[in-house]
Design a protein around this ligand. Structure first.
Ligand SMILES: Cc1cc2nc3c(=O)[nH]c(=O)nc-3n(C[C@H](O)[C@H](O)[C@H](O)COP(=O)(O)OP(=O)(O)OC[C@H]3O[C@@H](n4cnc5c(N)ncnc54)[C@H](O)[C@@H]3O)c2cc1C
Length: 476
């Protein structure tokens, strides 16, 4: 334990934790802690004094106060589905891992005001279900929704497949309850839509990846459920036609495009080769396809809009083929293909290198072309799989190198991709955050005024530096 904890031996510290949560809330045995100390992608494995699972905001506050006094750092964890290594401690064993999963109550739902208040440990799928039961929709949706928790989704400002219609988590949060690094509680669980009383403090914690405080509860925006939706799979003549097709879809449907996902041939091949139950929906093996979901006020109006859209898209030469799901089962099969790309690539032979990047939607074809050419110049046999949220200008530009490629080769590929992202004025982290994985790449390109202000802010909110200390900081 650090010097500040001189008055408290490790065993006395653990006793104090147990006094706060009861024995059920504290784990110290290596075997019990192990699943919490490795990240989803198995890139990081850490050590902790204890894994602590509080059941209330008061318990979180007491734990953080104890840690602040003892100089012990705190690493918050939700569903541990984060992809940048931010939810596991480093190897020094001087932190506690604070796991929020027991705080999973829906505190209230108001269908008239279209809002709900939930605790940080609620799993996203349960929040969607609770909203649905109340006749409302919580629109955030992503592949990890059966495991990711509201606190983690807020701390990473999660995106997913509906961002172009409803925004990211930042746009869906009305208020927050946060335990600050000194153990005090900032309680702003408002459901007001308009509230201009100076700084919008909740935004500080959204996307902060647990560096400024522990989110313990949130008030969230709800929406009316959709009356009619269609899932459509289009084949494009070329990637360059993707942004123009998106623009047409928005125009012909009154901007009712719920999602617009790019699926390249390589992604379909990964999915169908390795994930049972996935099928290639079109004949002719088109190189570029998109999966889009469009909503409408009624089946009849939607069908009318789609008839006009499809006719216009063919006439403009923006699509070569397509299929509209005729049932819930067909729609699910198309979405299964989209979601299976990640798993398919994971199971494919070779070394998988992932990038979560964004550029302007209209720049996407140019970026994909430039980055692919640059990677192929050095690795002619690399497989390139640029898929994902084209509607948001965010794709996962994933590259497979042959097995046995060196760590330098892997690093070199990411450097190429990020250099080209810089050329396009894009972002090296569109939705997964910085965590530990991207800390060095971020620091290398973060303008000094931004880096200085962020450091001053962090120091002001967390003067003892106990909150998730490895996140945003390049390893030395
Ligand atoms: C199959 C799959 C698909 C995915 N798809 C998407 C996608 O489409 N879009 C997207 O944005 N992400 C996606 N992700 C990434 C991941 O699901 C998100 O980053 C999610 O928001 C993480 O939530 P979590 O509860 O698992 O957080 P964790 O992984 O537990 O934590 C993530 C970060 O938040 C911090 N944190 C956790 N809880 C709290 C809290 N209560 N207070 C303060 N800080 C906290 C942690 O310290 C860590 O830094 C995907 C992941 C997988 C595995």
């Amino acid at each position: 334990m650090p010097a500040a904890a001189a008055a408290l031996s490790p065993s006395a510290f653990i006793d104090r934790l147990v006094a706060i949560t009861g024995p059920r809330g504290v784990m110290t045995a290596e075997g019990d802690m192990a699943p919490y100390l490795e990240d989803w992608r198995k890139l990081y494995r850490g050590h902790a004094l204890a894994v602590v699972r509080p059941a209330s905001t008061d318990e979180v506050a007491a734990i953080v106060r104890l840690c602040a006094g003892a100089g012990v750092s705190v690493v918050p964890q939700g569903g541990n589905t984060g992809l940048v290594g931010g939810a596991v401690p480093d190897g020094d064993g001087r932190s506690i891992l604070l796991q929020l999963g027991r705080m999973n109550r829906v505190r209230g739902i108001d269908p008239i005001d279209y809002s709900m208040v939930v605790e940080a440990g609620c799993v996203l799928e349960a929040v969607q279900g609770a909203a649905r039961d109340a006749g409302r929709k919580f629109p955030l949706s992503l592949g990890a929704e059966g495991t990711a928790q509201i606190g983690g989704l807020i701390a990473t400002n999660a995106g997913g497949i509906h961002v172009m219609r409803y925004g990211m988590m930042r746009d869906l949060v009305l208020g927050l309850e946060v335990v600050l690094p000194d153990g005090s509680v900032l309680s702003e669980l408002t459901t007001l839509r308009k509230n201009n009383v100076g700084y919008d403090l909740k935004q500080l914690f959204i996307g902060a990846e647990g560096t400024l405080g522990i989110v313990t509860a949130a008030s969230l925006k709800l929406f009316p459920p959709l009356r009619a939706t269609r899932t459509i799979f289009f084949a494009l003549p070329s990637l360059a036609d993707g942004p123009r097709l998106l623009s047409l879809c928005r125009e012909f449907t009154g901007d009712a495009v719920e999602s617009f996902e790019l699926i390249p041939r390589q992604g379909i091949d990964f999915a169908t080769a390795h994930v049972p139950g996935t099928v290639d929906p079109l004949e002719g093996r088109p190189e570029w396809t998109v999966l889009t979901e469009i909503s409408g006020r009624s089946d009849e109006r939607l069908q009318e809009d789609l008839d006009h859209l499809v006719e216009a898209a063919f006439q403009a030469g923006l699509v070569t083929d397509g299929t509209i799901a005729q049932s819930e089962a067909q729609s699910k099969a198309l979405w299964l293909l989209r979601e299976a790309i990640v798993e398919g690539q994971r199971l494919a032979p070779g070394i998988q290198i992932k990038h979560d990047v964004s550029v302007q939607v209209s720049d996407m074809p140019g970026f994909v072309h430039a980055a692919s050419e640059a990677v192929w110049r050095i690795h002619p046999d690399a497989l390139i799989n640029p898929f994902g949220h084209l509607g948001d200008g965010n794709i996962h530009f994933n590259v497979t190198l042959k097995a046995g490629s060196t760590a330098d080769a892997v690093k070199g590929v990411s450097e190429i991709v990020y250099r080209i992202i810089d050329d396009f004025g894009g972002s090296i982290s569109a939705e997964h955050g910085i965590g530990r994985l991207k800390a060095a790449a971020h620091a290398a390109r973060c303008p000094k005024p931004r880096a200085d202000l962020a450091a001053r802010l962090r120091k002001a909110v967390d003067p003892k530096g106990i909150m998730n200390p490895s996140v945003f900081r390049p390893a030395r």
